[in-house]
Ligand binder design. Structure first.
Ligand SMILES: Nc1ncnc2c1ncn2[C@@H]1O[C@H](COP(=O)(O)OP(=O)(O)OP(=O)(O)O)[C@@H](O)[C@H]1O
Ligand SMILES: [Mg+2]
Length: 252
């Protein structure tokens, strides 16, 4: 079966820093895949490369079997099937437009009657615990947690087949974190979406991902099925990371 995302020997330097240092990964179609690793290990860089926002120095990325192309047309086409949820959601919202404008654009892109987009949006906002009135606000008028959920709503509204979320639960209340993860899981299962979750939180990855990769200094140090990865880690760094999350290694 074709992988949703396959990365082969990805290399990318920023000056002296090897942000990606020979990363190879295969993310199966329809699965939930976790990427964990300390700050600066290259997780966001990898995501940006997969989205075509950052060119690799070397290596290859394929999305649903097709080599990743650069340029405006390719970027636009890709938005139809792969959607990001960025680590800093406020930065992905346009400061001068009301949230409604952002959502209505989706209808235009998908060539869907606006009423149908609004209907789907209503359901998504409700599931994310956002009041319908949030669409009348400007990005500076909503909280950080709301901005994150607005960014998630926008991504889901695009009906992507692959969703990559960078720290999707950061800055959310614990109760909302659980709801959000459940929602993402529900949507993934019902719409057969491939979900990639980047997180510092090993407990979250263990809970919702089937497979995961551990990154350190631009390298994947270990990858595999979460049960064995977190249950009997082979790599010293994975063990170190797990030691900071006693509940994860103890969990079944
Ligand atoms: N645009 C850039 N210019 C220069 N260096 C960069 C740039 N983007 C990332 N880096 C460097 O590349 C490395 C990987 O950064 P990256 O943002 O991918 O880490 P991360 O794993 O997402 O970290 P965090 O968990 O803090 O979000 C870091 O050393 C970072 O300083
Ligand atoms: Mg990051």
């Amino acid at each position: 079966m074709t992988d949703a995302i396959s990365i082969s020997q990805a290399q990318l330097r920023f000056g002296e820093t090897a942000a990606l240092d020979g990363v190879s990964l295969a993310i199966p179609n329809g699965s939930c895949f976790g990427i964990v690793g300390e700050s600066g290990s290259g997780k966001t860089t990898l995501m940006r490369a997969v989205l075509g926002l950052q060119k690799l120095d070397r290596g290859e990325i394929r999305i649903l079997g097709k080599p990743l192309l650069h340029g405006r047309a390719a970027l636009k086409e890709r938005a139809g099937f792969i959607q990001p949820i960025f680590q800093d959601p406020a930065a992905s919202l346009s400061p001068r437009s009301r949230i409604r404008t952002l959502m209505d654009e989706v209808g235009t892109v998908l060539r869907e009657p606006l009423a149908a987009t609004h209907e789907r949006l209503h359901v998504i906002l409700n599931r994310l615990g956002l009041p319908p009135g949030v669409v009348d606000k400007y990005p500076h008028e909503i909280s950080g947690g709301q901005a994150r959920r607005v960014a998630i709503a926008r991504a889901l509204l695009m009906k992507p087949s692959i969703l990559i979320a960078d720290e999707p639960t950061a800055g959310l209340d614990v109760s909302v974190q659980g709801d959000l993860l459940n929602l993402l899981q529900d949507i993934r299962r019902s719409q057969h979406i491939t979900l990639v979750i980047i997180s510092h939180n090993l407990a979250i990855v263990r809970l919702i991902a089937e497979n995961a990769a551990v990154m350190r200094a631009g390298k994947v140090v270990e990858a595999g099925e979460v049960g064995s990865l977190f249950g009997s880690p082979q790599d010293a760094y994975t063990r170190e990371l797990l030691a900071a999350w006693p509940s994860v290694s103890a969990a079944k």
